[in-house]
Write a protein that binds this ligand. Sequence first.
Ligand code: BES
Ligand code: ZN
Ligand code: ZN
Length: 495
Amino acid sequence: MDVKLTSEQLLKSTKDTIAIFFLKDHIKTNEIISKFTPELKTLLQAVIGECEFTAEPDQCIPVHTKTNPRMILLVGCGEKAKFNHERARLALSTAIRTANSLNAKELSVSITVPETDSEDAVISLAETAHLCTYKFDTYKSEKKPIKLNSLILADAPEKDFKKLTQSLQAGNVLGSLTIKTRDLVNTPPDVCTPDYFADYAVKLGKEYGFKVTVFGKKELEKMNMQGILHVGAGGAHPPCLVTAEYKGGKGKKIAFVGKGVCFDSGGLDIKPANGMDTMKMDKAGACTVLHVLAGCAKLGLKGNYLAVMPLVENMPGNLAYKPGDLIVTRSKKTIEVLNTDAEGRVILSDALFYASEQKPDYIIDVATLTGACIVALGNSVAGLMGNNKELAEMLKSSAAKRYERVWEFPMDDDFYEMIKSDYADIKNVVSNTPGSGAGTITAAKFLEVFVNNTPWVHLDIAGPAWAIQEKGYLSTGATGFGMRMLLQTAIDFSG
Ligand code: BES
Ligand code: ZN
Ligand code: ZN
């Protein structure tokens, strides 16, 4: 999708289609319409009356004008009191879907969005254009490509044009890298093996200008990464560790760590069919942090950024790791395996410790870690945990800017007591008897052991990484959740 910014007035910005956003409270006094020609004003007022347009969220009425622009979409945005930048994203998604279904090629909207400053509006509208037109159709023999290929953001004041052009670039980078993230998460597990991921990362690094290093199985052995090697032992495709690095100046160093389980069958503690069919998504954390690095490079941010991605297949087999295994990780801390399906924390033990050895100011990890997090927060909100209040607040604020929702869990010491092991330092599950509780927090307490006191935040994205149905600007399958809030975090730290 091509997104352009123009200082032209909305009405004159295209001959094709424009969309106007309406608040319920201002249907009759909409500022944008007040600038229209008397003929168009009369036409729109008549349609609003006839169609009983009430500006409910997602209501969208097309009006054919017989002049330029040929079509005007009246889009509902609900009440003023409940309006925010997310409502603007949803309204634009509705407008884009409707315009496309009515064969429009070009759609124009005003950047004068209620309750939103123009820079925020441009970023949010531009990112949405990419997000809501995405569909994973690589494997469909009959594709239905989207006909609408251009979005114009009109009414940009001349005096702000330069700064709004930067906002447009940020929105384009946020949106386009999120759909690249979705594509990689959606790539099926017979294709996206650890090796494939590593090759993809190398290519992306060349394209966007960041350094990628791949540590293969032999190197992992030398590096004592027994957590990654144990989990990866059952897969026919060997494990690896991929790192990506971008140095933009003397700013803070942030290490992003992402869980990269290319397929999670559960291993010997095998999952039932209804828990396994979406498990190609278990690499979403790694896909996210890789594309965050691409965003840092593309935007030329001023900090130092590192991404660490442990990649494995979690499979049963005669070499597979076993319940009862006692693993000596790179950090020398030992893990008792009680359940091979709690594999994410085992590979992250080595990845987080390796990240801490690079002496970053902050570590942020992203992982589809626990089903318990879905029980607690559902499919739209990620769990947030950590060891540092300021960093947690920073992430909450960056997440709110992009409307990726997070919710913080407590991390008191008694949760750590629950994962102490009789034979090793810690165990990878509290117990195999259901009902021990706090599955999301005890997983985070496990991870905390390996960050070596570095200020750290963990995001459990098991719920929001995957969409069961098309909704708003999400299509079925991978959502790319985390990419936008983490690139926003990098931008915010960049100052
Ligand atoms: N990858 C899963 C978590 C998951 C579940 C992600 C559903 C997305 C959707 C993880 O490796 C796992 O299997 N966790 C177990 C942990 C349990 C054995 C303590 C779980 O949540 O059931
Ligand atoms: Zn698992
Ligand atoms: Zn998993």
